[in-house]
Design a protein. Sequence first.
Lengths: 358, 154
Amino acid sequence: MSDIRLVDAGTVPFIRSQTIYHALGYTMTPDTPDTIVFARPESPYMCLGFFQDVEEELDVSFCKANGLPIVRREQGGGAVYIDDGQLFVQWIFHHKSLPLNVGQRFRLFVKPLIETYKEIGVNAYFHAPNDVHVDGKKIVGTGAVRIGEAEVVTGNFLFDFDFDKMVGALKVPDMSFKEEFANSLRQYLTTIRKELRSVPDVAVVKKTYVDFCERILGRNVVAGNFTDREIAKMIELDAKMQTDEWLFQMKKRRPEHRIVKVHAGVYIGASSFNVRGAKAQIRIRMKGGTIDAFSVSSDTPFLRKEKAVLERTLVGLEMDDEVLRERLGAVFPDRKNGTEIEQLLKQIRKIKNLKPNG
Amino acid sequence: MISKVNECVLFTNLHYKVEDNTWVRVNDDGTVTVGMTDVAQSLAGPVLHAKAKKVGTVRKKGRPIATVESGKWVGPVKSPISGEIVEINENLASQATLLNKSPYNEGWVVKMKPSALEEDLADLLTGEEAVKAYQAKVDADGITCTHIEGTEEY
C-alpha cells in the first residue's frame, strides 16, 4: 500500500488543533495520501461534541471568566477541556483504508496508541467501545467523523490534565453535583504524569508512536507538509467554527434532569422532583448497570430522616426496578408499595434512561 | 418481499444506493421516503443522535440529508436522489435507535419531493439485482449484520 504522510504540526492556535483534521477531510481527493497529524494547542479551550448544546453542557460564564474559548467539533462524544497537556493524534484516511465497521475502526486506531503507552511504561489497554484505560481509569478519549471521502479518527497522549478547569467549565445543577463530578473525574481519569510521576520526552513518544503505526498498519510513515489548499481550508474553518451560528446550532432542554459522563460506563445523573409537595433531588453515579454512589436532598421529613440509610443501602445495587423496590421497601417498611417509593423509582429510572453524551 | 444476505435484511421492493447504504421507497403521492439500510446501521452500531436537514432543504443526490452519531463517530446520510425534503422523521430526535431497530419502517429518515425521479432511480438497484450487489459487497468487505435488542423481526 502507499505511504502514509506524517505532518507534525507542532504547537498550534487552539482552533487549529481542531480545524486541521476537518480541513484535511474536506479537501481530500483520490490523490491525497492518508495522513497522520500531531498537534498541540498553544492555549486551553473547551470542545463540544457535534450533537451537544453549548448552554446545556457548559457554564459559559465560567468559560468566559477563565478565558476558555468554546469549539464545536464535527465529531461525536462529549464536552472536554483541552490544553497543551495533550498531544493530539489525528488520522485522516481514505475511507477505504480503514475498517468499515466503526467499532473495528476504533480498535485499529487505538492499537499504536496502546503500544506506545506501554513502551513508555503506562500499562494501557483497550476499553470498549473506543477508549483506552489504565487500571480502570481513562487515559485516551477518541472521536471519529466521516468528512467527504475521509474517515477521521482522533485520540491523544494525555500528559497532564487540569481537572479543576474541566469541572468548572461543565454545567451542573449545584455545588454538590460539581463536587461529586470532581471526585469522580479524579477517580476515573488518569494522565501520563499521574502514572509515571514524570513526563517523558514528547519527541520520543512521537517517534515510538510512528514506529508502532508502521508495524501495525504495515505501511511506511513519511514526514510531509500540508498543501496550500489544505491550509486555505484551515483558515476558512478557523473562522467558521468560532461563529455563534456554528456553536449554538443545537438546542436541547432537559431542565429537570442532568447527566455528565466521567468515562464510558461511568456517568453522574441528577433529577429534581416534587414529593409530598416538597422539592427533592437525587444524584446517582452509575457504573455499568449499578449504583456506584447515591445521594438525596429534600425538605420532606420522610426522605430527610432516612437520608444516610438511603445513601448507603442503594450503593452496589443493580438499577433494576424490582431490586430497588425491594430495597426501598426495606428502608421504608411503612410505605411499602406506596406512591413515595414509586416516585423515587421513577426518578432513578429517568436518570438511568438519560442518553449519555457519548 | 424480504431477502437476507449475511444476516443483513433487504426489502426487494426498495431502491438501493449500495455504496452509500441508503434506500428509497416510492410513495403513491409522488414523494419518496429515504432511509439507512440494515448494513448501514450494523456498521455504525447503536445510534445515539440523528438530525435531518430542515424541511424545505433542496438536495442534489449524494449530498447529506441527515447526520447521525453512533458512539463517538459522526457521519452523514447521503441522499440517493435529488429533490426537496418535505418531511423529516421527528421521532428520531428522541429515539435515534429506531435507525437500528427498524431501518426500513419506523426508522425512515426523510420524505422528499424528487426533482428527477426516473433518472435517479435508474442509478439505484432494486429487486434481485440489489440482493446480488449486496451479497457481493458483504462478501468482499466481510460484513455480517448485527441487531440490537428490540429490533423489528422480519
